[in-house]
Design a protein around this ligand. Sequence first.
Ligand code: NAP
Length: 251
Amino acid sequence: MTTERIAIVTGAARGIGAEVARRLASDGHAVAVLDLDEAACQKVVDGIVADGGAALAVGADVTDETAVSAAVGRVAEKLGDPTILVNNAGIIRDNLLFKMTADDWDSVLSVHLRGAFLMSREVQKYQTAQGWGRIVNLSSTSALGNRGQVNYSAAKAGMQGLTKTLALELGRFGVTANAIAPGFIATDMTAATAERIGMGFEEFKKANAAEIPVRRVGEPADIAHVVSFYVSEGAGFVSGQVIYVAGGPKD
Ligand code: NAP
């Protein structure tokens, strides 16, 4: 049985985040769909509400300290105290090291790491007060190193360190923190990578699937399923973990 909680999913206007928001709503939680563009969030909210769920569109930039504080306050006021947080917002600015600008380094580290830090610091106030909470951070197989992604791989390895420290600090308050490291998931992000290297998306997916042990690329629902497990009542003894959701082992 699911106890209804209030969840915030960042970067939830599309891709993995939108699917996670829909899954948590269908699991019985009220979900704040947070992204840069509130109108884009509203479309996801409308879909959730049409399916009988409860959701709220929240426009905010996760790197903006003031906006984060206002957004989390608004969720608390409109939906109730948030105790589930999924730090999913992310960007890529790929380039080989010698061509990468400092701006591309800073913006990627900022959205993933500063964003997850600010959101977690704000939401933990409600989690610790309630003595229950779940934080799920999106890492990536790129945390293990990926050509053309010094910024992104550093950010995604950082997400794993952040997760483990959140687990250590917040465990005594009934709060778990875990990470998911997806492999190739079919979204706008991987479509953009295909475009950058001059390949059609279908061809790119086929080429990637051939290298994946289960012989298919991932879908957002594959990630949403693991989020659903991590935030479930029964997963309270699972904390500080990283699950690679990549259709095969990674090391
Ligand atoms: P996506 O389709 O590009 O969606 C990312 C969302 O995050 C977008 O809606 C984007 O908004 C939003 N966002 C970006 N910067 C933000 C900010 N500062 N504040 C709030 N929202 C912001 O990406 P995805 O493929 O679903 O990826 C979701 C997460 O999974 C990311 O953390 C990504 O790194 C991780 N991941 C993805 C894959 C994959 O294969 N797709 C693999 C491993 C890990 P805009 O549309 O307005 O820019």
